[in-house]
Ligand binder design. Sequence first.
Ligand SMILES: C[S@@+](CC[C@H](N)C(=O)[O-])C[C@H]1O[C@@H](n2cnc3c(N)ncnc32)[C@H](O)[C@@H]1O
Ligand SMILES: *[C@@H]1O[C@H](CO)[C@@H](O)[C@H](O)[C@H]1NC(C)=O
Ligand SMILES: *[C@@H]1O[C@H](CO)[C@@H](O)[C@H](O)[C@H]1NC(C)=O
Length: 687
Amino acid sequence: SSPRQQQRRVRDTNESSAASKGSAAALGYTRDRFLSALLPRSSRRAPLIHRLPCPARLRRCLVPQGAGGRAGSISLVFSAQILSLGAGFDSLYFRLKELGLLGCTVVYEVDFPDVVRRKAALIEGNGELARLVGGTAGEKSVMSLAGEDYKLLGVDLSDLSRLEESLKQAGLDPEAPTLLLAEVVLTYMENSRSDALIQWAASSFSRAQFVLYEQIHPEDPFGRVMLQHFSRRNSRLHSLSCYPDCQAQRSRFLQRGWEECSVLDMNEFYSRYISADEHHRIQTLEPFDEYEEWHLKCSHYFILAASKGEELARTPVFTKLPSEEWINPAPQVAGIISASACSVDAETAGLRRYGHRSALIKPHMILTTGGFGEHDGQHRRLHELHLLIKHQGMWRAGSVHLEEPGDTWGMSWDGRLFHTMTCLSGNQALVMGGRTSPVNPALRMLQLRFAESRQISAMGRAAVVELAVLRHVENPTGPRWRHTATEVRHQGQMFLFIYGGRSAVQPVLGDWHFLHLEELSCVQIPVEGPLPVGRHSHSACSWDGGVLLAGGLGAAEQPVGSVLFLRPTERGFRWQTVETQPSLLPRYSHTAHVHDGKLLLVGGVWLHSPSVPGVTVIDLATGLCLEYQIDTVSLEWPLMLHNHSSVFLPDEKELLLVGGGGNCFSFGTHFNQRPVCLDLGSILAGH
Ligand SMILES: C[S@@+](CC[C@H](N)C(=O)[O-])C[C@H]1O[C@@H](n2cnc3c(N)ncnc32)[C@H](O)[C@@H]1O
Ligand SMILES: *[C@@H]1O[C@H](CO)[C@@H](O)[C@H](O)[C@H]1NC(C)=O
Ligand SMILES: *[C@@H]1O[C@H](CO)[C@@H](O)[C@H](O)[C@H]1NC(C)=O
């Protein structure tokens, strides 16, 4: 495509961030009455996008003195000038002006001439906005709008001499303290151009701060989907090729004349600068269940603050932040496991789903239920059950006949996801919990029974499983999802240990129940020891008569790093911490298996970008905890290991990864294309 077309696509990003911010403001995430006036269309966006206008939140921090006393964590020395680069339809000026926070500060906004002209027309046509700007005056040739303290300039940021000249004509004073802002702008420029702009700013202003917000980490699965999205839309993100992480961005500024520079990814920003109160307030604004997507998105955006000039360089923008200390250090990697697409002689499109559950219902038979996925070209909650059967070393599709007494259910699944499906002895499984939407939990348990499979032909369908729904029963443990359900034995009887999860009203549950498997009712069994913190999206496995819990997402939406053992005692059970060496990196939304005295944790989400969790092996006798990365070069698509299922095949010492993926912010939905095999033979043999 031609440079002109590319420029048009970049210009077309003018409204996108403003629209998200506007929608967030409409729902109370931030305060901004002005965006709706600046935006022609307003439409409600997804909850995840509402949490996102981090920069909008940052702005609140940038003006700590007046903004309700909330921030104070980011200090900004008084600036006489704000220069917003690629400002689009941002409303910063109007908010500051209305709150009386602008003082004598003059705001300069630069964007492409077309964008700026449209913004100027909107402002002039809106009584309130025009009143805030006040009388317009000044040289109209460079400026589309010139109020006393607000100047709109239509200049291509790649053209530095023109930029400098226009700013000078507009009255910008290079000696006055200046705040420069660039929010998802520089990355659309060729690197040589944006580098030059950064250098120009350092050499032009004697006292300045530069705040940059844009994307990082192109290399991991989410990053690959993100890049693909932008290149398909012909608005390439250039910065990531040269500056893939926070360190690289920091050096970029330090090498171009800036004296101090701090960088944080947005996960770090959130945990350091958003107060627990504000966090809680945000959590209660809308039903929200997109944690994985949220954390992944935040690990792919950073905020940088560089400064120069006497008092500015001495006042770090991010207080309390030692410049080189990362709160989420990269993990030590013990080895690499290669992933390969499984030999599947079957249509596996039905496994392109996430939030489902897959379980080994017989030695070579995997049943998958629920989740969200692709069906007939549409994305929806899936009602189709899927069966994989291994026959002569090859996985084939089987079919499931669901029979149900009564008429309420017909032949399909009720659409729940984030449920548990626990295989029990006697060809049975119990499906518990789950939800359709975050305000609609599934209320009943399903007791499933598998009839003997029949081999039909070696060619076509490998087998049919008759799946009978024996009972639909009220769930005595209360509605929940993202919980675990694990078989345990107590005094010769079998129970299901239900732990944690969340519900429509409780963002995190910390309770547990023992469900008697024959009676399907709850029984009190004494449990001693320290109470574990509530969590959801953790893992649980049966082991040694008890249950091993690992990870999860805790109350403040912070990943948990503990491994706990619910150890059987004479009277009941006792919670006990499993000490590991080194300690487990906090994570959630992983899957887990126990084999031969080792706990295997597979995938999940953690905040240690750029690497994503692979397979962690914890030796339960010694506590040794080893991280293995997954090498996916043989796969042609990014492998996303969250919202997935995994099945461990003990004879083959192989892990089968089924489904997984999900929404990648506004970059599209990603489904893992096919089941993937991980050969764990070598890592399970050693030690
Ligand atoms: C994604 S938008 C961000 C808008 C605004 N900073 C915000 O956060 O709401 C990117 C903006 O940068 C502008 N932009 C990109 N490249 C530019 C260039 N070379 N010169 C001027 N403006 C540019 C685009 O026109 C667009 O308005
Ligand atoms: C801003 O972006 C929209 C698409 O989001 C586009 O239709 C419009 O032309 C752009 N405005 C300008 C002035 O380029
Ligand atoms: C995991 O699934 C849930 C439920 O559909 C979804 O909200 C969440 O965004 C998914 N995670 C990702 C990363 O897409």
